[in-house]
Design a protein around this ligand. Structure first.
Ligand code: TMP
Ligand code: ASP
Length: 240
């Protein structure tokens, strides 16, 4: 069923599906990278955790009628998705100031951003994924004004749904990154992954960082942290 390798990224491998040209298999790796690949390590079990957490999140988004590439988890480390052409934008939604925003604009960490702030980054490793504006995006990412409006409306809806989902797990969704892709008919849907690698999550009770910042800043055990996220999401499975 799993066909040949199409692409290998920093966190996942992408395979064709034999006989199903409209689908792909994403295989989550144990590698962790940060600062555009300058910091690297491997953690046994990380691929499984990000695969299962992403699956849980995309299933929840599907129930809330958010269109995405996700079809289903195949096993612990692999999921099957609809093939899309990725729009080369990293769409970041921020509810609380942290990370690059605090460094770039000297906005103090923990400043509440209401309404949430949307930022676009051009997905290009050689350029270190630079921050861009809408006009740049239209030029570089082959999107129209209408596409951008659609992406931003979807991004804000996803943010509201996930804020609620994580709150039920005693986690504050500080910020997160999304990628969108086009199906064969041109429709834009949510793609890639949403996991503790691509979100900032702070424990509501203790304020502890519960995401890839534990690796970026060497402040905790990545596997233990991601395992806690999965467990808390599973415990709240029936809560709407
Ligand atoms: P930033 O504060 O470094 O700009 O990151 C904002 C959010 O986006 C944070 O939750 C981490 C996520 N992110 C990724 O998933 N991939 C990336 O390459 C970057 C830079 C950020
Ligand atoms: N994900 C990016 C990288 O692997 C950057 C980061 O998360 O800090 O380089």
């Amino acid at each position: 069923m799993k066909g040949s390798l199409l692409y290998e990224g920093k966190a996942k491998k992408v395979y064709y599906v034999d006989g199903k040209p409209e689908q792909l298999i994403l295989s989550y790796k144990n590698d962790a990278t940060a600062f555009n690949g300058k910091k690297k390590d491997q953690f046994a079990g990380k691929g499984r955790l990000n695969n299962l957490i992403t699956a849980r999140i995309f299933e929840h988004l599907h129930q809330q009628h958010i269109p995405s590439h996700f079809l289903k988890a195949l096993n612990d480390t692999e999921q099957i998705v609809q093939k899309t052409t990725i729009v080369p934008l990293e769409v970041v939604v921020r509810n609380i100031a942290a990370g690059s925003l605090t460094r770039r604009l000297a906005i103090p960490e923990k400043t509440v951003l209401n309404p949430p702030l949307i930022e676009l980054f051009y997905k290009n490793d050689e350029l270190d994924d630079p921050l861009i504006n809408d006009d740049h995006a239209k030029r570089l990412a082959d999107v129209t004004e209408h596409d951008l409006d659609h992406i931003k409306i979807l991004a804000l809806k996803i943010n509201e749904i996930l804020k609620r989902l994580f709150r039920q797990a005693d986690l504050e969704l500080v910020d997160f990154k999304m990628e969108f892709g086009r199906l064969a008919d041109g429709t834009i849907v949510l793609a890639d992954e949403i996991s503790p690698d691509t979100c900032r999550l702070w424990d509501v009770t203790t304020g502890e960082k519960m995401d890839k910042d534990v690796f970026r800043e060497d402040i905790g055990d990545l596997i233990e942290t991601y395992e806690t996220i999965l467990q808390r999401l599973e415990e709240n499975k029936c809560v709407k």
